[in-house]
Design a protein around this ligand. Structure first.
Ligand code: PLP
Length: 386
């Protein structure tokens, strides 16, 4: 039985076109791009093609793109770089709903003596920019606020945030791991200094990412060694994956609006039908400014993990929080920050779609979910029979 995969914010399938582009670099074209010989040199030129493809998706210049090993490395690099570039500034601002790649690195910097402000969000997962205006000061080295949340899909007002941060002379980094390839991004219009992205969220392989660094931004490398990436990120390049990321960006850019409309149609049908057929269910997060592929629904009085296990029996893959936190029964830090009641936080399920999902996938969930919810409520330790 093939899986019905609705967990695309955790990771995505490599698209066949991306795999085709990568294969020669896993077989015959194995040279080292730093070598003097022609065999290596040709690979160097292909990396530059991939760099231009990634840049084009966000309207950056190719030399503003640094390849990394993942979104986490891009986030860590941005924060470390900003902190080290402005050593006299000792304040960092982020939000309580960031991915652990940002949250835990900020905590790490706090242990090193930085003062970190974790801005809160409202019940819909939205950020009030007045809070940022109140907290930002001459001492703020960097503000790191995600473009869209991985659990709820809520999109933050990054243009407004970027303008506030730039005016105050701090570095603005945005974690755009969940938005690149899903919604339009134009760094010529959006004054962000640094932006993180990750291959495996847009149908490229795992283990490759990129960091956009605006021309003129002070930059200090995080990974130190050889001269790769023009001295900005050492280590022999993950050629095949870089080529794959380039091709994935090219594919995403060619189809952005159409794909968003398609995904929104599927997502809305799934969401509306589940809300209609399952009592005591509610959507978490602002439904207006939201990624087109994401739906986070709480089914009250039951455990999200129990729902996932039952869905798994039908080979339906979803998630009860970010992939990094599932596995522990810790309730989602995002939903908690939003002030969602405990009974609803525990019963939350995230469905996240991709271009490879179809109406049949949505039908499969709609068909089994009401029965699953009814069964679990009967057995609920919360004692609510619905
Ligand atoms: N940032 C966000 C918003 C994410 O959703 C993720 C992955 O789930 C990451 C960062 C980390 O990316 P990677 O898995 O490439 O390290």
């Amino acid at each position: 039985m093939t899986e019905i995969y609705l967990d695309n914010n955790a990771t995505t399938r490599i698209s066949p076109e991306v795999l085709d582009a990568m294969l020669p670099y896993l077989t015959d074209l194995y040279g080292n791009p730093s070598s003097m010989h022609t065999f290596g040199g040709q690979i160097h030129r292909k990396i530059e093609v991939a760099r231009a493809q990634v840049a084009a998706l966000i309207n950056a210049d190719p030399d503003e793109i640094i390849f990394t090993s993942c979104g986490t490395e891009s986030d860590n690099t941005a924060l470390m770089c900003a902190a080290e570039s402005y050593p006299h500034k000792k304040h960092i601002i982020t939000t309580r709903v960031e991915h652990p790649a940002v949250l835990n690195f900020c905590r790490h910097l706090a242990r090193k003596g930085y003062r970190v402000t974790f801005l809160t969000v409202n019940h819909e997962g939205k950020l009030d920019t007045d809070l940022l205006i109140k907290e930002i000061s001459e001492d703020t080295a960097v503000v790191s606020i995600m473009h869209a949340n991985n659990e709820t899909g809520v999109i933050f007002p990054v243009l407004e945030i970027a303008e506030i941060v730039t005016q105050r002379g701090a570095i603005f980094h945005t974690d755009a791991v969940q938005t690149v390839g899903k919604i339009p991004i134009d760094v010529k219009k959006l004054p962000v200094d640094m932006l993180s992205l990750s291959g495996h969220k847009l149908h490229a392989p795992k283990g490759v990412g990129a960091l956009y660094v605006r021309k003129g931004t002070r930059f200090k490398p995080y990974i130190i060694g050889g001269h790769q990436e023009h001295g900005r990120r050492a280590g022999t390049e993950n050629i095949a994956s870089i080529i794959g990321l380039g091709r994935a960006c090219e594919l995403a850019g060619g189809n952005l609006d159409e794909e968003a409309t398609y995904l929104k149609g599927l997502r809305d049908r799934l969401e509306n039908t589940l809300l209609e057929r399952c009592p005591d269910a509610m959507v978490n997060g602002d439904t207006v400014n939201r990624l087109p592929n994401t739906s986070n629904i709480s089914f009250e009085y039951i455990e999200g993990e129990a729902i996932l296990l039952r869905l798994n029996e039908y080979n339906i893959c979803a998630s009860s929080g970010s992939a990094c936190t599932s596995g522990s029964l810790e309730p989602s830090h995002v939903l908690r920050a939003m002030g969602i009641p405990f009974s609803a936080v525990h019963g939350s399920v995230r469905f996240s779609l991709s271009r490879y999902n179809t109406d049949k996938d949505v039908d499969a969930v709609i068909n089994v979910m009401p029965g699953i919810i009814q069964d679990l409520r009967r057995l609920s330790p919360f004692g609510r029979e619905k």
